[in-house]
Design a protein around this ligand. Structure first.
Ligand SMILES: Cc1ncc(C[n+]2csc(CCOP(=O)(O)OP(=O)(O)O)c2C)c(N)n1
Ligand code: SF4
Length: 250
């Protein structure tokens, strides 16, 4: 019988621990499909975060290293500089990348490290039970903002793609989403480009993926997708924020 759909080879057989409806799983699958399609499984090294994706080292069938919370871009920098022939990516949540890891993110970007960053923005700290993240929306209820995020007290969310796009060291920054089939397809295109850029030595590439956390948002999986569309997308518009190669082609 013809196989019309199969699990990507770069994804392991280990059962994933994510909650029902969590889109971390979709993003894993897209990264694995890209590794398969680029034929770089044997030379890819991933850096896992601290957060719900902490066990990504068990889920991808490539060499993986676990970084301390937020330090993945620094770890990736070291690996890539020591082994430039390898393809090095980080997979990080918004607490990991945009809170404790802000310095590593900004400085690896401004140095123009030739690495690929997959940034999963679910507007909350998932793993630790739903505290406010730098990306939590104004008015959003979390465990630490039970009356909604009050911007007069705790400030405004960080728009990571827009911020990094201002840095000369960044080759590519795009925000995508995995809430619909067309958006999932587009997310895969962006992830593939971010890996291909590294192979072509174009420099620092980041794909920010808007993602759901039904458990800590207190919503069903379907409601969570609707919440993402209604609340996250207007604040975090999808699109390409920087593409040096497209600018050079003009
Ligand atoms: C040095 C350090 N500080 C704090 C923590 C606690 N901690 C673990 S995961 C996490 C936040 C994870 O949130 P995010 O990166 O958004 O990922 P998600 O779980 O939502 O995918 C925090 C604060 C830790 N493990 N280590
Ligand atoms: S807590 Fe949220 S981010 Fe973590 S696995 Fe569950 S739904 Fe996903």
């Amino acid at each position: 019988m013809a196989i019309v759909y199969d699990k990507p080879k770069a994804l392991s057989d280990m059962p994933r621990h994510y909650c029902p409806g969590c889109t971390h799983g979709i993003i894993h699958k897209l990264v694995a499909e890209v590794i398969d399609e680029l034929g770089c499984e044997g030379k890819t090294i991933g850096v896992a975060p601290v957060g719900c994706a902490v066990m990504a080292y068990d889920y991808f069938n490539c060499d993986m290293i676990e970084a301390a919370h937020g330090r993945a871009p620094a770890v990736a920098t070291g690996i890539k500089r020591a082994r430039p022939e390898n393809v090095v990516f980080t997979y990080q949540g918004d607490g990991d990348l945009a809170a404790i890891g802000t310095a590593e993110t900004v400085h690896s970007a401004t140095r123009g490290e030739n690495i690929t960053i997959i940034f999963v923005n679910n507007a909350i700290y998932g793993m630790t039970g739903g505290q406010m993240a730098p990306t939590t929306l104004p008015g959003q209820v979390t465990q630490t903002t039970p009356y909604g995020r009050d911007t007069t007290a705790v400030g405004y969310p960080v728009r990571v793609s827009e911020m990094l796009a201002t840095l000369d060291g960044v080759a590519y920054a795009e925000r995508v989403s995995v809430d619909t089939i067309p958006n999932i397809r587009n997310a895969k295109k962006a992830i593939k480009k971010a890996f291909q850029n590294q192979i072509d030595k174009k420099g620092f590439s980041i794909v920010e993926v808007l993602s759901t956390c039904p458990t800590n948002w207190g919503l069903t999986p379907v409601e969570a997708l609707e919440w993402l569309r209604k609340n996250m997308m207007p604040y975090y518009p999808l699109g390409v924020y920087k593409d040096k190669s497209a600018e050079e082609d003009k």
